[in-house]
Design a protein around this ligand. Sequence first.
Ligand SMILES: [Zn+2]
Length: 220
Amino acid sequence: MKGPRILGEEEIKIEERPPPPLERIKPHKWLSAKDLEDYKRLERDGYELYVSKIAEEKMRNHSIRFAEIQKEAMGLLLGWIYRNCGKEYTIVKDVVTTDLESSSVHVRFDRDAFEKLFTSLEEAGFDYLVVGWYHSHPGHGCFMSSTDVYTQRSLFNSSRHTAIVIDPVNKEIKAFYLDGKSIRTREFAIYWDEYENPYYGTRVKKRELRSDPDCVAPTQ
Ligand SMILES: [Zn+2]
């Protein structure tokens, strides 16, 4: 069984690449007024973290679905690290999860579920790194509990790693990272690819075009 590559301090190939442009990023719709201010302040300089619309929707829906049955959701963030003008940033392209042992105040991966998780990682079909994790706090607000800090220290102890916490009941989301001994919040942007619809919850336009049976080739 092949395990996933967790981003560590080891050398990974960091490509020079510009981050998603301003016209293809948005603040998360669940940011607090204070977080939105911080988001706007960083808009020009760029963020340390960009989360794809698809990954965001998966995490949000997972958290909402689990909140309905009074449970916490959890999963891993998959993506890559890039560099632009000497500054590193992380792209979260997708997320993955597996069977969970969870209650409304606690969550962990099911002991036998790792094999399944690795299979779904293989199926994710791109060269990924595990760049962090997400989990939900249904109704409890977004913070790092002592267990969360312990998890962060033992599995994701680089400042490049991110922990996303979602409260689907109060509609809050925050990203955290470990900076030495302190836990800090990390501003992030939601991005979408060029041909995707920027709006949450609506289906992508290109899908309509693709499935249009009356589609005629444009005349020259
Ligand atoms: Zn937690």
